[in-house]
Design a protein around this ligand. Sequence first.
Ligand code: NAX
Length: 325
Amino acid sequence: MKKPLKVTITGAAGNIGYALAFRVAAGDVFGPDQPVILQLMELPMTMGPLGGVGMEMEDCAFPLVHDVVLTDDPKVGFRDTDYALLVGAKPRTKGMERSDLISENARIFSTQGRAINEYASREVRVMVVGNPANTNAMIAAANAPDLPRERFTAMARLDHNRAIGMLAKKTGALPGDVKRMIVWGNHSPTMHTDLTHCTVKGQPAMGLVPEDWYREVMVPTVQRRGAAVIEARGASSAASAAASVVDHVRDWFLGTPEGDWVSMGVHSDGSYGIQEGLVYSFPVTCKAGTYQIVPGLEVTAFGTERMKVTEKELQDERAVVADLL
Ligand code: NAX
């Protein structure tokens, strides 16, 4: 039997964490023959509900789960962890500006970055979901100087999957027929969906949908999908967010399918003219816990303009948290 992987989930009693923990436990992320030890973290005041999650985890009797640790102590939660899934963060509340949220949550990720640096496995992979996810991933990496920054990524997969779902519906295809989707930039309303290289059943997507539908309906709908879900459900995306964490980590761990790629928030190496060091969503291919930004793709003038807008937003966010970098 394989050695169990230690997987930390922060915010494990929250909406996304609750949906995610059971999928990890069932083997949906690391495969049906990979045992896991779950290290579930919460705030001191939420340890009660986390106890309930622990009871349910026991009640599922998942064969792959070798232990479940429940804690509010980063020393315990990040101890020797192989995968740290940083979901826990404060949601935006009424009257709060985006910049207030950035400053509030930034402190969580500087503290957790330091704890990961000190206690996690030297091979740890970190995924940030808590918003503003891209900037939080940059902060966590900056506070973990002993670990390569390539190990810190941010979730763009929900946006990527939303774009695939929308295009499949529009073209009467199945989501699995859609390949080479790209969502560039920040996980925010400035993100840019790019169909230039996308195919549906092997046919170029741009030949299957009207150009004005793509620009005027698809791009803004993907940008505002999170808000539309909140409006309809009265709560932000949870099951779909957890499913996208599963996809992001599974592909990073097991690899992307041949001939396809995924969108992932990673540190820019200057590719596509994006400022080096920003955590920006690029198309990447993955293999055995590593990723590579897909090089040399043609970008249209429309795409270049939109990619700059979302880069500028990330530069502005970075300026707000400069003292934590
Ligand atoms: P919830 O408020 O339901 O749950 C968050 C949980 O995190 C709470 O139980 C809270 O006690 C815990 N928590 C807060 N600070 C913590 C800390 N320092 N250590 C450990 N636990 C901590 O929010 P939920 O709906 O689960 O969303 C979680 C985060 O994901 C939010 O920041 C949200 O904005 C973000 N999202 C990011 C998405 C993305 O694509 N990157 C999409 C979905 C989601 O909106």
